[in-house]
Design a protein around this ligand. Structure first.
Ligand SMILES: [Fe+2]
Ligand SMILES: [Fe+2]
Length: 179
């Protein structure tokens, strides 16, 4: 039976007989989906400590930089499969940026969807991507360890796991590109 499922991390809805294994918008794992009727509308209304606010601001910058890097990678049309994979990654990182902005109560960066720069070489870019994902996942795990707010801990733990999934994508991409 078709049902509406809602992702607790990005708040997007998904119509299907069951929740997807990974949120198509932010990459969150299936267990973070709830029935839409169980989704608290004030889920992102949080009182932040100064440490949590600083961590969110750093996370926003990190996601902004990664989104723009992946948009630059996706612009290389000499390999459409890889370009498409990294375009998807850019959209997921932009969604993370937007979730962090909601939690920090700040507007989204105006240049979020403007491609940045990346070297014109798939293998160098894939290696750079893996570094970025490793750094992001580790930083978010540190935030989970020091945050006191339950919602901040939930979001950062979920996003840390998603960035770890992205390292697997880099490994697959490196194989496809013959690196
Ligand atoms: Fe999501
Ligand atoms: Fe991300």
């Amino acid at each position: 039976m078709m049902k509406m499922h809602r992702c607790r991390i990005c708040g997007e809805t998904f119509l299907g007989s069951e929740a997807p294994s990974h949120c198509p918008f932010c990459g969150a794992h299936r267990e973070l989906f709830v029935d839409t009727s169980e989704y608290p509308e004030d889920i992102n209304a949080v009182d932040l400590t100064e440490v949590e606010r600083n961590d969110l601001m750093e996370a926003i910058e990190l996601e902004l930089s990664n989104t723009r890097f992946y948009l630059a990678m996706a612009a290389y049309h000499d390999d459409l499969k890889l370009a498409s994979a990294y375009k998807r990654l850019a959209k997921i990182e932009a969604e993370h940026c937007s979730v962090f902005c909601k939690l920090a109560c700040v507007g989204k960066p105006t240049d979020l969807m403007e491609p940045g720069s990346a070297p014109d070489d798939w293998c160098a870019n894939i290696a750079e991507s893996k570094l970025r994902e490793t750094r992001a996942s580790a930083f978010y795990a540190q935030v989970v360890a020091r945050a006191t707010n339950e919602r901040i801990r939930e979001v950062f733990a979920a996003v840390s796991a998603i960035e770890a999934d992205h390292m697997l994508l880099d490994d697959l991409a490196a194989e496809m590109a013959g690196c």
